[in-house]
Design a binder for this molecule. Structure first.
Ligand code: HEM
Length: 397
């Protein structure tokens, strides 16, 4: 059907063929232009989309570079801290960059419900919770001898209802040598061996200690206090404070410790170097084979005015402590294929009801543990000192 009206028909009948050809060419060009315009619109939309994607990728790359410290090489990143640990004790592929020598274990925590007064965390509800963990000695050398004045330590990972975890790493000292990540870094650098001599530089250490009275106080604490004769008779401390929230939403600042049931005995500091290389680890394996080893989980509560963000400052011994239950270790296994190998005891893996305090060491620890895990898990695994001893023993038989 012709849609043109009578007026249009009259105009068209007066058009010459040349005008009609011109008109048809004009209309064709118009259609082509409209098509090109539409295509350009589509191209523009695509371009905008590509630009948006490029901007997002760029922003991610910039954020990654920032977090990695590439944009601010002077910033103290976790990687720089772990580099300093490697420079201090050497790089030992496949091993933790701190507390490199260790032994996995498993056991349970029997909560008596008393901790519920301070925190609504499920771990403080009455019940039994399975756990895995790791005994370790301080330092980054996996073959170091056990007879040293060095941290004896324990890492714990409690498995809680609804898939929650509580991870903790404790040392057998109630205070830490440094209060900040920067001081940790400076301390590592000051005590690292000088590449020229292979030994720490006394002048550098003296310069560091001159401005760090808290590290001098820690060294004094180590001198004055005995070294436990076993992993099983040592007391272990969270050192950092944490924020507990109870069922009413009230907050309490808490430090926790594990107090052994085994009677305390001390090693003779003057003969430490004569002990077997793997003395402590062999000893605790023997104890666990004879029977479960137990500790009490004590929760110490801060009072108003107590320092809660500085790991070098102890709270008075008179602070109220709640015995929250009994931790039992009944099985040990070499870390080479043990369940503790591929995890970190990151102090910020916390169940609802426990949160970090403002102590700046906590986030630095979390990031450094992660950097150490990333490095070691990408490296070929070497046999641990205990696995080597075990293999040597089997050969002799
Ligand atoms: C800024 C301060 C600290 C830094 C940078 C640091 C760094 C590290 C690193 C890199 C690891 C190895 C992590 C892994 O590969 O699994 C580690 C392990 C450990 N740290 Fe720290 N640490 C700090 C403070 C502390 C404090 C205050 C404590 C004690 C409360 C502690 C206790 C431990 C323990 C027990 C382990 C061994 C855990 C295990 O058996 O795997 N650290 N630390």
């Amino acid at each position: 059907m012709n849609k043109a009206g009578p007026a249009t028909e009259r105009v068209m009948s007066r058009m010459t063929p040349a005008i009609l050809r011109f008109r048809s060419r004009f209309l064709k060009q118009l259609v082509l232009k409209q098509r090109a315009f539409k295509q350009w619109g589509a191209i523009r939309e695509d371009l905008a989309r590509y630009l948006l994607i490029a901007a997002l990728v760029g922003a991610c790359a910039a954020a990654f570079a920032y977090v990695a410290g590439w944009l601010s090489p002077g910033r103290l990143s976790a990687d720089r801290i772990v580099d300093a640990l490697e420079a201090h004790d050497g790089k030992h592929p496949g091993f933790r960059r701190a507390h490199a020598k260790g032994l996995c274990f498993s056991g349970t925590f029997d909560s008596n419900g008393q901790g519920g007064e301070l925190s609504r965390a499920s771990v403080f509800q009455p019940g039994r919770y399975p756990l895995i963990g790791r005994f370790s000695t301080g330092g980054g050398m996996p073959q170091a001898p056990d007879g040293r004045v060095v941290f004896h330590a324990v890492g714990l990972s409690f498995s809680l209802p609804h898939g929650e975890l509580w991870r903790a790493a404790l040392d057998d000292v109630p205070i830490f040598p440094v209060a900040t990540p920067q001081a940790f870094f400076d301390f590592q650098r000051a005590t690292a061996p000088d590449p020229a001599t292979g030994k720490p530089d006394a002048a550098r250490i003296a310069a560091y200690l001159a401005v760090h009275p808290e590290t001098r106080a820690f060294n004094q604490w180590l001198k004055d206090n005995p070294v436990p004769s076993s992993f099983a008779n040592g007391t272990y401390y969270s050192i950092n404070a944490f924020r507990f929230t109870d069922a009413e939403g009230v907050q309490h600042f808490v430090r926790w410790s594990l107090v052994p049931e085994a009677a305390f005995e001390a090693l003779d500091k003057s003969t430490l170097s004569t002990l077997d290389k793997n003395y402590l680890f062999g000893e605790v394996i023997g104890r666990i084979q004879q029977g479960p080893q137990r500790w009490h989980l004590l929760l110490s509560v801060a009072e108003p005015g107590d320092t809660i963000d500085n790991a070098t400052v102890q709270w008075p011994a008179s602070r109220r402590a709640i015995d929250a239950g009994t931790l039992t270790i009944d099985h040990a296994s070499l870390e080479d294929d043990g369940a503790c190998r591929d995890i970190t005891f990151d102090p910020l893996v916390l169940p609802a009801g426990i949160g970090p305090s403002d102590d700046p060491l906590l986030s630095a620890r979390s990031a450094a543990y992660s950097s150490s895990l990333t490095r070691r898990s990408g490296e070929p695994a070497q046999p641990s000192a205990l696995a080597q001893e075990h293999a040597a023993g089997e050969k002799q038989q």
